[in-house]
Design a protein around this ligand. Structure first.
Ligand SMILES: CC(C)(COP(=O)(O)OP(=O)(O)OC[C@H]1O[C@@H](n2cnc3c(N)ncnc32)[C@H](O)[C@@H]1OP(=O)(O)O)[C@@H](O)C(=O)NCCC(=O)NCCS
Length: 156
């Protein structure tokens, strides 16, 4: 079987914007942490599927730190990119920021890392194209992800 051609990060870069409505919020009128986690998972899944060309399942979510809340009427912006690829799995980084569209203020909310596994037609893990590593920063990102991968697999 011929090896899969490397794919540049830009081909799978994914953006989502969500307007925080009352149904997304707790009694303090700030967005539920679980709602942000769901949006992170969705944004990362789209990114993983764009990169791999396969349906993907979530295998692991790293610790999440919620730095500052987002309130009803404000906006949650998400950006997902592939940081590293392995054989059938990919590490996706999602940056989440809050935005007040009235004042123009933007603030960091969460930075998340999620591992997805690509699945074939029989729902078995299937190889993913490698990420094209174009810069020293890309190569350092892949190397750092290799270390995080060892720590995740040790928890199985
Ligand atoms: C994730 C899953 C497919 C792994 O299946 P498995 O039988 O362990 O398959 P393998 O051992 O061949 O592993 C497949 C890949 O998953 C990776 N993986 C498995 N467990 C992992 C973990 N805890 N953290 C990170 N990667 C993991 C493996 O490293 C491997 O990747 P690689 O090929 O790049 O090395 C399986 O555990 C599963 O289906 N889990 C449920 C997924 C789910 O329901 N998600 C929520 C809804 S989408």
């Amino acid at each position: 079987m011929s090896p899969l051609a490397p794919r540049p990060r830009a081909t799978s870069f994914t953006r989502m914007v969500e307007y925080v409505l009352p149904q997304h919020a707790n009694i303090g009128s700030t967005v539920f942490g679980g709602q942000i986690m769901a949006w992170v998972d969705l944004c990362a899944a789209i990114c993983a599927q764009r990169h791999s060309g396969h349906p993907c399942v979530t295998a692991f979510v790293d610790d999440l730190l919620f730095k500052r809340p987002v309130r009803v009427g404000q906006v949650v912006r998400l950006q997902a990119q592939v940081v590293a690829t392995f054989r059938t799995s990919m590490e996706i980084e999602v940056d989440v920021t809050g935005e007040d569209t009235v004042t123009g203020e933007v603030w960091p909310t969460v930075e998340a890392r999620v591992v997805f596994v690509a699945m074939d037609e029989s729902r078995k893990p299937t190889p993913v194209p490698p990420l094209l590593l174009e810069t020293d920063a890309d190569r350092a990102g892949q190397a750092a992800a290799e270390q995080r991968r060892q720590a995740r697999l040790a928890k199985r």
